[in-house]
Ligand binder design. Structure first.
Ligand code: NAI
Ligand code: MG
Length: 484
């Protein structure tokens, strides 16, 4: 099946102030990564269109959205969740085709997107402030006020789910939004207005504009009426976005990826650890900010574990996302070249290839595939150990004991996630204290959900998304104090 009807059903025009804006002009292609063919040419929003979108969001903040009571806002967000679930089949197919990810993962993403709206719907009418005791002559209390018009710069690895992760709490807090999806995967964000409209979200509250980062993202972030920028992407672009936001004193949430270790100690349940390590690096072909991309394993169990790991990897098959393969394509030719470059340089510098290592050309598929790869790297300075690869490439570092494992886990400038497999609860919890990261996974990689705060330290960024913490980016606290 080609799923032409699903692809052709997507309205590609930017969504501004409750309407599709026919902008004409330049377009950019979005590809099917499995075949390398163009799915759609999407109109590019230039600076003037960006300005229209931000102005619409700024107007809606004081207008249509401010007039909606928190209880009604909550009901609307519940309805958005329902509308997404009602259209989950079509959304999953489009997401799988546009991003290349296995359909089962796309389905999971769509359900999680609905869940974000549901989760934050539940808090929209409960965001109350405090009263502060100052003695008999004062009354003091806090007001939670929406932060303003917010910009959301979205990456290509989890297109709709990252959009929902920032948008749902922003709306719950009474803020408005301009969404800029990644140029590789704009389609599901362009579908979102369908659900928002059916749920009754007023015009201008959410605006969706597409285009390359430099053309569309940069003027959005630089716009003086943007009060907060939620960014997920690379460290380099994150730094540019930070500088731009600083020029007009906008606050930011920075989710900049990672190089997260999965520590396996000799006392671990090895079956669970093996499943966990596989999932940590091969979900979405390794294109996951929180991927467990570094296995740090205790020497006494390393040989047996690595034998089993390599044997498992040799059974993995490629395919296009819609056919639910073990491993799908990576998102772009550029990404494929980046992965190949880091692997080649690391092998040249002495890393030992245990399996994989090359670009793959699965039969009948003309797209961008990379072999699932394991690199044994005794030198922590190896490029593949230090650089976020965003591909199906696992590095292995051998540790003499627990303390050495902790030191190796800490050998990069990133700090998003750290995972550990062990049956010793004291070691697990000591690791949780020692390891840098916004989240620690014990005996299950990717443990948690929309309820659990998520974010980074060090080069992985700052600010927390998900959970109740995720709301804090989207409101300010105003203290009112009266002498009585
Ligand atoms: P990127 O950081 O350049 O792109 C992410 C988003 O930022 C896209 O929507 C892009 O259009 C936008 N953008 C780019 N330049 C911008 C600018 N000057 N102002 C505002 N927005 C801008 O990342 P890219 O090039 O797609 O991927 C490169 C690497 O970044 C990947 O290989 C991976 O290592 C990392 N990455 C990390 C992600 C994460 O989850 N933390 C997600 C995507 C990429
Ligand atoms: Mg695409």
């Amino acid at each position: 099946m080609t799923y032409q009807s699903e692809i052709h059903s997507v309205d590609l025009d930017p969504y501004i102030d409750g309407r599709r804006r026919k902008i004409g002009g330049k377009t950019f292609p979005t590809y099917d990564p499995a075949s390398g063919t163009v799915l759609h040419e999407v109109p590019v929003a230039d600076t003037a269109v960006v300005d229209e979108a931000v102005e619409a969001a700024a107007r809606a903040l004081k207008g249509g959205w401010a007039a909606v009571t928190p209880a009604e806002r909550s009901r609307m967000l519940f309805r958005v969740a329902q509308e997404i679930r009602n259209d989950a089949e079509r959304l999953s197919i489009v997401e799988s085709l546009d991003a290349g990810k296995p359909l089962r993962e796309a389905k999971g993403d769509i359900e999680t997107s609905a869940r974000y709206f549901e989760y934050y719907a539940g808090i929209a009418d409960k965001m109350q402030g405090d009263t502060i005791p100052l003695g008999p002559d004062f009354i003091s209390f806090t007001l939670h006020e929406p932060i303003g018009a917010t910009a959301h710069i979205i990456p290509w690895n989890f297109p709709l789910v990252t959009t929902a992760r920032g948008l749902a709490p922003a709306l719950a807090a009474g803020a408005t939004a301009v969404i800029k999806p990644a140029e590789q995967t704009p389609l599901t964000a362009l579908m979102l207005p369908e659900y928002l409209e059916r749920a009754g979200v007023p015009a201008g509250v959410v605006n969706v504009i597409c285009g390359p980062g430099a053309v569309t993202g940069a003027p959005l972030v630089a716009h003086g009426k943007i009060a907060h920028v939620t960014f997920t992407g690379s460290v380099a672009t994150g730094k540019a976005v930070l500088a731009s936001a600083a020029s007009h004193v906008a606050s930011t949430t920075m989710e900049l990826g990672g190089k997260s270790p999965v520590v396996v100690l000799a006392d671990a349940n090895m079956d669970a650890a093996l499943d966990g390590v596989m999932k940590a690096i091969f979900t979405n072909a390794g294109q996951v900010c929180s991927a467990g991309s570094r296995l740090v394993i205790e020497r006494s169990c390393a040989d047996a574990f690595l034998d089993r790991l390599v044997a498992r990897i040799k059974t993995l098959g490629f395919g296009r996302g819609l056919d639910n393969p073990d491993i799908g394509p990576v998102v772009s030719h550029q990404q494929l070249l980046k992965i190949e470059g880091i692997v080649t340089a690391s092998v040249a510098a002495g890393a030992q290839l245990l399996v994989g290592g090359s670009v793959a050309h699965p039969e009948g598929l003309g797209g961008w595939f990379f072999e699932p790869t394991v690199l044994l790297a005794s030198d922590p300075a190896t490029l593949a150990v230090q650089e976020e690869i965003f591909g199906p490439v696992l590095t292995v570092q051998i540790a003499d004991d627990f303390d050495h494992a902790c030191a190796l886990a800490e050998c990069t400038d990133f700090g998003l996630v750290a995972g550990i497999y062990t049956s010793d609860i004291s070691k697990a919890l000591r690791f949780a204290r020692i390891a840098s990261g916004g989240q620690i996974f014990i005996n299950q990689y990717f443990a948690g959900g929309v309820e659990t705060p998520f974010g980074g330290v060090k080069n992985s960024g700052f600010g927390r998304e998900k959970g109740l913490e995720g709301l804090k980016s989207y409101y300010t606290v105003k203290t009112v104090t009266a002498r009585i």
